[in-house]
Design a protein around this ligand. Structure first.
Ligand code: ADP
Ligand code: GLC
Length: 478
């Protein structure tokens, strides 16, 4: 039996700001329970949902040296769907209204978390064979582990995997501050280790010291070796290319299931979507005060509203797009300029555009289960889960061919009658608009073909089955 510890800054159902939480909360359930004992360690945020906080059970507590004083480390736990989740408790660090604040405070608190994860192991009597770290917030785990090994036999032989969910976020701050806070020796702060471009870089530390590095799609694993996608670490990615691989994400096929989804007005399946799915669209049109018309093509967006997701392309052609015979339903929060852009167009075209500038799990399910198409023209996309959810609900993704979008959406080929969505190659607003219009023509003029695409989309399998097996193989090969 292999023992694996996941360490991450978010996980469903406890706390979520993006796809990372979906992955950390759903992948562990899909490992072979006879082969792998996987547990998960997270920060205990005060902003976590109350219903979960009250279920946590106290395990133990101790004090740990960090940033020049003895810091409290409480450990709580909860078993859910057969997986043990541990929570690191420290009110000073994890009491904010959100998991991330940005700036030096984030560096300090996730440095604390990384050290506490390692120090907690002997206390909970779980010595993992492998610690699987996710994103920059856990980048210092492989570094501290390297450091602890010298003095403490307990830590010798523990291996690490570092998964990059998004290379854009690296956890970077001035070397002196980071050295001072973390207490790591000078030795680590050189350009072949933690340092990059004269600053300390937590993700880089993780990538340098991890035994294996993965990212969340094959295409992204290749893309980050070139400067355009490499976020100034493409050199390092090339240097570690023998240990770097891409494993595409899956989604939770129980949580996201059009046949049982409790958020939908009407459930449906691949056998009856032709009749049943449209009822959801009408219900959503009513809920959002759009024109009630089952025939109208409805395009959905569920996203963090940031540059990553291609919203400058959308902003550029929004007026043109709104001339078309479509409805656009947006759910998202993020950069103010994009929030206001969608508010503006919802004001200008109230019967066509609905801007829902908030976070809502329920509304996200309604959009996946009601729209005809889903727009995701990302500038870069390590994997992307929204397009997988859309495929599952027969809502055809319109995507740019990058990262995981390229690996999971097969563009419609009207001659060969293949494909599960629509895609375009270049980061160009009119190329995107043309592709949206091609989808519109297919929807309005070739309804039979459209429904065939929907059928193929719904028959795809993006559950965790295949990818969980790939992670198991990776663990076995370390
Ligand atoms: P990223 O992690 O880059 O944000 P992904 O596509 O991997 O992108 O995952 C996004 C996840 O967050 C999906 O589960 C999506 O449904 C969800 N999501 C994004 N914005 C919202 C929102 N405003 N309300 C509800 N869910 C959202
Ligand atoms: C990141 C990426 C997204 C990916 C998610 C989960 O947030 O932006 O593409 O799907 O992590 O791996």
């Amino acid at each position: 039996m292999k023992k694996i510890l996941f360490a991450a800054s978010e996980s469903v159902p406890f706390i979520k700001t993006g796809g990372l939480a979906d992955v950390v909360g759903s992948l562990p359930k899909n490992f072979d329970k006879e082969e792998i004992d996987v547990r998960v360690m997270l920060p205990k945020y005060a902003c976590m949902k109350e219903e979960w906080k009250e279920k946590l059970e106290f395990v133990t507590k101790f004090y740990m040296d960090y940033n020049w004083s003895g810091r409290y480390v409480g450990i709580l736990k909860l078993e859910l769907d057969g997986i043990t989740f541990y929570f690191i408790d420290n009110e000073e660090y994890f009491s904010g209204p959100k998991p991330y604040d940005g700036g030096l405070w984030d560096i300090e608190k996730f440095g604390y978390f990384s050290k506490a994860v390692l120090r907690a192991l002997p206390e909970i009597d779980f010595r993992p064979d492998i610690i699987h770290c996710h994103d920059w917030q856990t980048g210092l785990i492989p570094v501290y582990l390297d450091n602890f090994r010298f003095a403490n036999e307990y830590y010798q032989g523990i291996k690490t995997v570092m998964t990059i969910h998004n290379l854009k976020f690296q956890g970077v701050w001035g070397t002196n501050e980071v050295r001072n806070i973390t207490g790591l020796p000078d030795y680590y702060f050189t350009s072949d280790k933690l340092e990059a471009y004269n600053d300390a870089n937590l993700l880089k530390g993780g990538i340098v010291y991890a035994d294996k590095v993965t990212t969340v799609s094959n295409t992204y694993a290749e893309e980050i070796k070139v400067p355009f996608y490499g976020e100034r670490l493409d050199g390092l990615m090339n240097a570690r290319s023998n240990d770097l691989s891409g494993i595409v994400n899956g989604i939770d096929y129980e949580d996201y299931n059009p046949e049982t989804d409790k958020f939908l007005a009407n459930t449906y399946s691949v056998d009856d979507f032709r009749k049943e799915k449209v009822k959801n669209k009408v219900a959503l049109q009513e809920e959002l005060n759009l024109v009630k018309d089952p025939k109208k093509m409805m395009i959905g967006i569920v996203s963090r509203l940031t540059d990553q997701k291609g919203f400058d392309l959308i902003a550029h052609v929004m007026d043109e797009l709104c001339q078309d015979d479509i409805q656009l339903v947006v759910l998202g929060t993020g950069d103010e300029k994009y929030e206001n852009m969608f508010r503006h167009f919802a004001w200008k075209y109230p019967e066509k555009v609905s801007a829902n500038i908030f976070y809502s799990e329920a509304m996200s399910h309604k959009i996946y289960g009601s729209c005809d198409a889903f727009l995701m023209p990302s500038l870069f996309e390590p994997c992307g889960l929204s397009q997988l959810m859309s495929l599952r609900y027969g809502t055809l993704p319109i995507v740019r061919e990058t990262g995981g979008l390229k690996d999971t959406v097969e563009p419609y080929n009207e001659y060969e009658k293949t494909g599960t969505g629509f895609s375009f190659a270049n980061y160009n607003a009119h190329e995107m608009l043309n592709t949206v219009r091609y989808a519109e023509t297919t929807y309005y003029e070739k309804k039979r073909d459209w429904n065939k695409i929907v059928e193929r989309a719904m028959n795809e399998d993006f559950s965790w089955k295949t990818s969980a097996k790939q992670y198991e193989d990776l663990y076995n090969n370390i």
